[in-house]
Ligand binder design. Structure first.
Ligand SMILES: NC(=O)c1ccc[n+]([C@@H]2O[C@H](COP(=O)([O-])OP(=O)(O)OC[C@H]3O[C@@H](n4cnc5c(N)ncnc54)[C@H](O)[C@@H]3O)[C@@H](O)[C@H]2O)c1
Length: 330
């Protein structure tokens, strides 16, 4: 879908990825950008810059995808929808019933409202969690659903609800399976990503950064600004009904990541290894060919540049970082 002159609804727009999508949308000629968020995890700090653009507004009558009539109203006259609202991995683990409501019933509500209001295209935030532990690397989109988490189950369900209802009612959509997203505005609640924030906290305090296990677990880290660009590419693309990995296709171990953070901060501290706690997934690197081919997306920020941006953001947004630390009970 061409973006010029369009009204765009960003559901979950006050969160990490949603707020970066706002920043990307502002650079285009869209007519209006409406944030629909219940601020369960999203924050005003995340969106205060975007809100300076007069085209960006928070939907004034509510922002919960479980409030069907309000969601329905918010969808009136909308051309494109980014659907990012969800409960996260650890929360789905703790509260599967609530996660069922938000991630599955909420997604169903979004789809039905989009169909009713003849929305031209929806981009759905799925997750590489649908794959679980890798059976082969790199993981293509054909990789089996080797998932054992409830979070992954909700994302698999979401994809299939999109698939079935859109083929019945003709809704154009794309699903994005993000690898491990990091960058400015990230908080301390993620299962894998919080480790970066905790390592940087330790370095700031002059305490040895702690790595659990031997640090050999590899992840496919991708900068949040690139994730936002992938969303824009997916919205602009025409192909419907497909899901795409969004990553760099490069594995980085937690040990390598920790060493990079020590180097970038100029720290001479040494990593302290402690026994591994609960890990959900230990190895996940995605193939990026399908996204490159179909939606013309390729990452542009490498790990060193991205980590530098994260470190700079932490320095220039100390209050926001403190609030995120407090919100995570740290
Ligand atoms: N960050 C990652 O590494 C990652 C990886 C894979 C997939 N994802 C998926 O991408 C999407 C965005 O992730 P994020 O990291 O920006 O998460 P986030 O939690 O920062 O953003 C989600 C937003 O949705 C809002 N929200 C939650 N429940 C809602 C509800 N019932 N109604 C309306 N809004 C609600 C939250 O307040 C938050 O602002 C999510 O669907 C997530 O599952 C993220």
């Amino acid at each position: 879908m061409e973006l010029v002159g369009k009204r765009i609804l960003v559901i979950g727009g006050a969160g990490l990825i949603g707020s970066h999508i706002l920043d990307e949308l502002i650079k285009t000629d869209v007519k209006e950008i409406i944030i629909y968020d219940n601020f369960f995890r999203g924050t005003m700090d995340n969106i205060d810059e975007a809100l300076k653009d007069p085209r960006v507004k928070i939907y004034p009558h509510g922002g919960d995808i479980l409030h069907e009539d309000i969601l329905d109203k918010a969808m009136e006259g909308v051309d494109g929808v980014f659907h990012l609202a969800a409960m996260w991995l650890l929360q789905c683990h703790e509260y599967p019933r609530s996660a069922f409501d938000v991630n599955i019933r909420g997604t169903f509500n979004v789809i039905m409202a989009a169909i009713k209001h003849k929305v031209k295209r929806v981009v759905y935030s799925s997750s590489a969690s649908v794959y679980g532990n890798a059976l082969e690397i790199p993981m293509t989109e054909e990789h089996p659903y080797n998932n054992f988490t409830f979070y992954g189950a909700t994302k698999i369900a979401g994809e299939h609800i999109f698939k079935s209802l859109s083929s019945r009612y003709g809704l154009s959509w794309a699903g994005l399976r993000y690898m491990n997203v990091y960058g400015p505005r990230q908080d301390y609640k993620g299962a894998y990503i919080a480790v970066m924030m905790k390592i940087l906290d330790n370095i700031d305090k002059g305490i040895q950064p702690v790595v659990f296990g031997d640090g050999s677990q590899q992840y496919d880290f991708i900068y949040v600004g690139d994730i936002a660009k992938a969303n824009i590419c997916a919205m602009q693309a025409e192909k419907t009904g497909e899901c795409y990995n969004v990553g760099r296709g490069i594995g980085t171990s937690i040990k390598e990541l920790s060493e990079l953070l020590l180097r970038l901060t100029g720290s001479s501290l040494k990593i302290k290894y402690e026994p591994a706690g609960q890990t959900f997934v230990t190895n996940r690197i995605g193939s990026i060919d399908k996204a490159e081919h179909d939606i013309k997306f390729k990452w542009s920020i490498d790990l060193e540049e991205g980590m530098q941006k994260l470190i700079e953001w932490r320095k220039s947004h100390k209050d926001a970082v403190d609030k995120k630390r407090t919100a995570a009970g740290l």
